[in-house]
Design a protein. Structure first.
Length: 114
């Protein structure tokens, strides 16, 4: 009996939070920070690749271009896309916590504005 490959679909059917454009791919990367009390908070976050916002980036732009040209991955193009995604994954960094933005969002939540 042959084992079926495990598939992990990513929720990338949503729109880009920056421009409402199409999300082409997502990386899930480790993400965390240290609280003011010195406690490590860890988890993961997604880095989204947008067809509009990321096209000019030297690392993600080639992936956006790949999908603009090819529309789909085939046996003939999978190696090219794999190299592009590997390069993106090797260069990706989780966004740094913006404490000011977080504090503003918490304050808005307490005020009932969210």
């Amino acid at each position: 009996m042959t084992a079926e490959p495990t598939r992990h679909p990513l929720p990338i059917s949503r729109a880009c939070p920056r421009c409402a454009g199409d999300i082409l791919a997502a990386l899930r990367v480790p993400h965390g920070w240290r609280t003011e009390q010195g406690i490590e908070v860890g988890g993961t976050t997604e880095i989204l690749l947008c067809a509009r916002c990321d096209v000019d980036d030297p690392v993600t732009g080639p992936i956006a271009t790949f999908f603009a040209v090819h529309q789909a991955v085939t046996d003939q193009t999978v190696g090219v896309l794999a190299r592009l995604i590997r390069r993106w994954a090797e260069n990706a960094e989780a966004p740094r916590l913006d404490q000011v933005a977080l504090d503003a969002e918490v304050d808005a939540w307490y005020r009932g504005d969210l």
